[in-house]
Write a protein that binds this ligand. Sequence first.
Ligand code: SF4
Ligand code: SF4
Length: 437
Amino acid sequence: MSVPTTTPGGPPAFDIIEPPSTALIDACVHCGFCLPTCPTYLLWNEEMDSPRGRIYLMKAGLEGRTPMTPTFVEHFDRCLGCMSCVTACPSGVQYGPLIEKTRAQIERLYPRSAGDRAFRALLFSVLPYPGRLRIALAPLALLSWLPKALDRVGLLGLLPSRIGALLRLAPPVSFAGLAARSPVETPAAGEQRMHVGLLTGCVQRMAFPGVNQSTINVLSAEGCRVSAPAEQGCCGALSLHAGNVDQARELARRNIEVFERSGADRIAVNAAGCGSCMKEYGHLFKDDPAWAARAKALGDRVRDVSEVLVEVGEPRARRHPIPARVVYHDACHLAHAQGIRAEPRALLASIPGVEVVTPAESEICCGSAGIYNLVEPEAAAQLGERKAAHIALLKPDIIATGNPGCTLQIAAAGRRLGHTWRIVHPIELLDQSISGK
Ligand code: SF4
Ligand code: SF4
């Protein structure tokens, strides 16, 4: 095991502001069970690009055995934050808080290149703000064919890799989609069983407004009153998972206030990364006496939409048949971060005619991982094609997944391998089945 640069007795890589926890690091017994499930270890077979190696690096950083060198930072930049290692670890190592704290330190302390800083600043000044994102995506509503056409003739490959990835992964938008607003209040069909608040998301509401409408339709059909407050904003997931903790907290505070006012029993989320982040609000504010209790109370009410539908009880709405072989792709922040695997499969299996199948390596990330496929495009593309190849072997009629980032990533990887797939959120298929259209 080699550490990039050692400085015995020198300055530690981390400062005293929320460093990764020594106690959490020391829970790792170096058994290596996590290595075969780590996507970056699979790609490069390099110890320092494995969970065990990264935890070792954190310890070296804390103990002053390495400063924050470019190589040190690179090993953490390459981590997808997919939490596959958490599922695999028999010792219960909490890698999530470790990588979040490490990334926050890197974002505060490490002098990235001017180009890197500018690219990241652009992403974080646009993606979490629906109004700005709407403006940024508007040209695509006219020119949505352009990135695909440029890619087909190989021109995207001539651009800097991050710009190429940005265009390749651009969501399919229309002016109608950009202008779409979810209804603020939707009554339950029949007797009300639950009052549910809906997080409408950022990329979700712009690029996949149909997912939000399907979520509302299904919840209502199953006896839920649905509130989708117009004042809500980004949940903070992209910022939190990339180390921009202050921005994540600022965004989270707004949504805590908004959803407290809604009075909903549960907050339903239909994007895996957002749900995982909102469930962690208590942890995000645990050292802030003004917000800790409110954040925890709100986080405790957050559920993935598939969990809400299980909790609400016996299905009420009739399901019409959809004869289809559906490949279900586990989004990492649903399967690994929230432990939700059975519920979405059960929703799909409740549709007559649907055959639910799971591809090989279902525990391995598709390479989307928040902004990972934009800032680490080469590794993300390799993982995307690996995922698409496994999916293609199953000859799907439809692919279902619970995260917009996975949808875009798998669509782009599939196109590169010559496949044009119908990729939906499970809730869209359920809505189609209930409506019978
Ligand atoms: S979060 Fe994913 S990429 Fe990062 S160390 Fe764990 S398994 Fe590997
Ligand atoms: S499986 Fe857990 S204890 Fe074992 S090396 Fe990986 S993180 Fe450490």
